[in-house]
Ligand binder design. Structure first.
Ligand SMILES: Cc1cc2nc3c(=O)[nH]c(=O)nc-3n(C[C@H](O)[C@H](O)[C@H](O)COP(=O)(O)OP(=O)(O)OC[C@H]3O[C@@H](n4cnc5c(N)ncnc54)[C@H](O)[C@@H]3O)c2cc1C
Length: 376
């Protein structure tokens, strides 16, 4: 039998969302083509630099309820996603430890108040444990005697971002997705497809003019012998600092938050702040070896929420995942896949059908009709 000339779906952008969406659609038997301006490793994506912490409660200090709920559901969904991928991915659900230095102690009640007012009761119940004195050391022996107080958020998780990207690339190949690495796509060179799913992150700015980048800088260090067992957050007056331990004594230390689409290398000031913070949590970081200093920009919409934007025709845009991409990707991608499949088989063709779909959707707040049309 002859296959149709064009694929069912063209996915633009093969960072985190693009890979996940393409892989899911291919798993449903659809014919999918994916176009990524960078390499198969994902080195041009924000997802390449991210710490990949899955911390809906800790993030509730600055994120609204929608994000917290998406994060909590996605945290439950990740193990199933990873189980279906053809390569192993480091995933841990061993909690987050939150600590602070005496000089920054005024940050603690602010953090607690924000988390308690933003997060749903069921997440807080048993999910936000106050630790005093020796309990910090009992929870995280590497930090014994170093902090007088802390909080353990025992249900939070993390994964290895680069292993996810690699495993998804392998999953795309396994499911027969037509991958076009090192292939930038713009509005003048859109590939043929019945439905287009734009997951270009900041690369979608020409069609989403209100999208902006928020720069983040991280350090990757090798620090044998410290043995942190879970991500540690250090309350800090300027931005939330964290040390996320991955496999083989690798630590991701991040992250700054600076307005602007500045992709230049990490500044001296940021490097000093990040590395000093790690050193102040554990002096063993003084002997760590710096493997990488990276900067990238988080794709962010004006309300700091993720969005599924329908153009009124055959294009869906998935964007605005800001600092929560890994934390919320399974739920956002699933919602995008359901909608895209409905576009393909003609169940959504006008504003009324869209409104009905939106009303019935699990995450209805994600949906928007994007009135910005592509240039003629
Ligand atoms: C420093 C930092 C730390 C972070 N830490 C965390 C964390 O701990 N937890 C968490 O949940 N999230 C974290 N994030 C956020 C997370 O990385 C993002 O939310 C996520 O990567 C967004 O996914 P995306 O697929 O929309 O965009 P991206 O991952 O950026 O992918 C977009 C892709 O589109 C491609 N592209 C762009 N333009 C074009 C074009 N014209 N043609 C073809 N391809 C194109 C890009 O090359 C890229 O691969 C962090 C981000 C940063 C920067």
């Amino acid at each position: 039998m002859n296959r149709p000339a064009q694929p069912d779906f063209a996915v633009l952008g093969g960072g985190l969302c693009g890979r996940l969406v393409a892989w899911r659609l291919a798993g449903q038997g659809h014919r999918v083509a994916l176009y990524e301006r960078g390499d198969a490793a994902g080195s041009q994506a924000a997802a390449w630099v991210a710490a990949a912490m899955l911390a809906p409660l800790a993030e509730a200090a600055s994120a609204e309820l929608l994000i917290t709920r998406l994060g909590a559901s996605s945290l439950d969904a990740w193990p199933q996603v990873l189980a279906e991928l053809p390569e192993p991915v480091f995933f841990q659900r061993n909690g987050t430890l939150v600590v602070w230095h005496h000089a920054d102690r005024t940050e603690a009640p602010l953090f607690e108040r924000r988390v308690r007012s933003n997060a749903p009761a069921e997440l807080l119940d048993g999910g936000f444990v106050t630790l005093a004195g020796a309990q910090v050391g009992a929870a995280e022996p590497a930090l014994a005697g170093r902090f007088n107080q802390g909080w353990l958020l025992p249900r939070e998780g993390q994964l290895d971002n680069r292993q996810v990207l690699a495993a998804l690339a392998a999953g795309l190949a396994q499911r027969g997705v037509e991958t076009h690495w090192n292939t930038p796509v713009d509005e003048q060179s859109l590939p043929p497809a019945c439905v287009t799913i734009d997951c270009r992150g900041l690369g979608a700015k020409p069609v989403l003019p209100t999208l902006r980048g928020i720069r983040g800088e991280v350090a990757r260090v090798h620090a044998p012998g410290i043995n942190l067992t879970r991500p540690v957050r250090l309350l800090h007056p300027r931005y939330p600092l964290y040390i996320a331990p991955k496999q083989n004594d690798l630590y991701v230390i991040g992250a700054t938050e600076v307005e602007g689409e500045d992709m230049s290398p990490v500044s001296v000031r940021s490097a000093l702040e990040l590395l000093s913070a790690a050193f102040s949590v554990h002096p063993g970081f003084g002997e760590a070896r710096i493997l990488e200093l990276n900067s990238q920009c988080r794709p962010t919409l004006p309300d700091h929420r993720p969005a599924l934007l329908w153009d009124g025709a055959q294009t869906l845009r998935v964007n605005g995942l800001y600092r929560h991409g890994y934390m919320i990707a399974p739920e956002v991608a699933d919602e995008a896949v359901r909608f895209a499949a409905a576009l393909l088989d003609g169940r959504i063709g006008d504003a009324d059908a869209f409104a009905d779909w939106r009303r019935a959707a699990r995450w209805s707040e994600l949906f928007q009709q994007d009135c910005a049309r592509e240039p003629a």
